[in-house]
Design a protein around this ligand. Structure first.
Ligand SMILES: Cc1cc2nc3c(=O)[nH]c(=O)nc-3n(C[C@H](O)[C@H](O)[C@H](O)COP(=O)(O)OP(=O)(O)OC[C@H]3O[C@@H](n4cnc5c(N)ncnc54)[C@H](O)[C@@H]3O)c2cc1C
Length: 425
């Protein structure tokens, strides 16, 4: 990781906000044709939401295959500088000559860190693990996740007891911990700015009838990714959060808050594929006796994804039901969930008893809450290109809810747009 400084060659650069796959791709493609690129990432690691996935659809390979290649391209390209735990606080100027004020928030751990883990062993404070959506805990000093890039620890300053505790500082042989580290601000002069700020899960607790706020065994789709992941809170065991019992009967509730004017009025386009993929997690873990019930309004698996759907449909233990789930309740004795719905084709009223209910909640743009500076958003919060002034671009899910392949294609195209903008100015 670099210190904040201006472009090493003195040439104009592209600044990318967000270090997920879209942002990394724009920066890498820009740098690989000879231009400078900065990535400003607010979290302590690169990779974005994809780092949280267990497998990628449609190939069902671990996302780290793709991420590692990109980390290597970043590591080996001197034209890319990236700043984690950082954010853009101001953008002024115009195409070809933007001044971007970047604040690097303290990690409290410097480059001497060897990831030996001695600090974690002595840290007395625990915090909820946001990478695992609160399904596990970390210490106040922690590695964001096992495959994190950069492989560097970070301290959660909001819970650390600081120098009155000092145990991590005392145990660290490498003098890697600086509890008095302060935020650093620098202004970068760049030619164009690309927003690749991505998404956050729509809060499924907002749907009272679906029970996530009340019942431990109702989880969201992104929680399901972490539950199935071998580096997740259960080391990949597909079990119920309430009691660790194997989750063998699983109900997927599609459009949980999506295409609903009271929640998200758009389709996130990936949720059907994400739930079909997660259906294969259940069926692969428990091939003998698991059952999946898949409630949907309509199944959206366009183009090449049709084959994935037709393969899952062949499985006799997967039941597709066209119909909206009305209510999820819990049997307090067994912690089983009762899912009530009406089959929209046969009008049959259904009650399914399940171990686990997975709500397919949509992707909401991050900029709804993060302050959008120098950028205009559409009513849903996505940064559409036609609303921007020259030299400002957006890509990936910051622009529209899309899958990884589409994000990467878009990010490559946006690199070209950013380079053109740089040469124009
Ligand atoms: C449950 C689920 C499963 C999925 N599974 C698949 C799958 O199997 N295959 C597939 O193709 N797609 C899948 N997707 C979609 C996939 O997650 C997205 O396509 C992908 O994350 C888009 O990458 P991105 O870089 O645009 O956004 P993100 O991954 O969200 O990355 C954005 C980055 O920007 C950072 N950021 C945000 N705001 C700021 C700010 N203000 N300043 C600095 N940094 C900021 C974030 O910390 C993050 O690192 C799934 C989605 C869901 C919901």
């Amino acid at each position: 990781m670099s210190d904040l400084s201006n472009s090493p060659t003195g040439r104009k650069a592209v600044l990318v906000i967000g270090g997920g796959l879209s942002g990394m791709t724009t920066a890498i493609e820009t740098a690989e044709v000879g231009y400078e690129a900065y990535i400003v990432e607010k979290s302590p690691y690169l990779g974005g939401r994809v780092a949280q996935l267990n497998q990628y659809f449609p190939k069902l390979c671990p996302p780290y295959c793709g991420l590692e290649i990109n980390f290597k391209r970043i590591r080996t390209n001197p034209r890319i500088q990236y700043f984690t735990t950082s954010e853009v606080v101001d953008i002024s100027g115009q195409e070809g000559n933007f001044n971007v004020k970047v604040r690097q928030n303290p990690r409290y751990v410097n480059n001497n860190c060897t990831a030996c883990n001695d600090c974690v062993a002595v840290c007395p404070v625990e915090r909820s693990n946001d990478f695992n959506l609160g399904m596990s805990k970390t210490k106040a000093i922690y590695l964001p996740h096992e495959m994190a890039y950069p492989t560097k620890y970070v301290i959660d300053g909001s819970v650390c007891k600081g120098s009155e505790c000092n145990k991590c500082v005392d145990v660290c042989k490498y003098k890697a911990i600086e509890l008095d580290m302060k935020p650093k601000e620098t202004t970068l002069n760049v030619a164009s700015v690309v927003y690749a700020t991505g998404w956050k899960p729509y809060d499924a607790n907002k749907m009272d009838n679906l029970g996530m706020q009340k019942y431990d065994n109702v989880i969201s789709n992104i929680m399901m990714e972490r539950l199935a992941a071998s580096n997740g809170p259960t080391r990949g065991k597909l079990v119920r959060p309430s009691d660790g019992k194997e989750a063998k009967t699983v109900v997927f509730v599609q459009c949980a808050g999506s295409r609903d004017e009271n929640h998200l009025n758009y389709c996130s386009s990936i949720c059907c594929m994400a739930s079909l993929k997660q259906t294969t997690y259940v069926r692969t873990k428990y091939p003998e006796d698991s059952k999946v019930y898949f409630f949907y309004i309509d199944l959206r698996t366009p183009g090449k994804y049709e084959k994935f759907l037709s393969d899952v449909r062949k499985d006799q233990n997967v039941h597709f039901i066209k119909g909206k789930v009305a209510k999820v309740t819990e049997d307090p004795g067994t912690k089983n969930l009762i899912v009530e719905a009406e089959n929209a084709v046969t009008f049959e009223k259904l009650k399914i008893e399940a171990d686990l209910v997975v709500l397919a909640s949509g992707m909401e743009p991050n900029l709804l809450t993060d302050q959008a500076k120098g950028v205009s958003v559409n009513p849903e919060g996505f940064i559409t290109p036609e609303l921007q002034k020259p030299g400002i671009f957006s890509t990936g899910v910051a622009k529209a809810p899309v899958d990884v392949v589409t994000s990467i294609q878009d990010a490559t195209g946006v690199a070209l747009k950013a380079i053109q903008s740089m040469r124009r100015a």
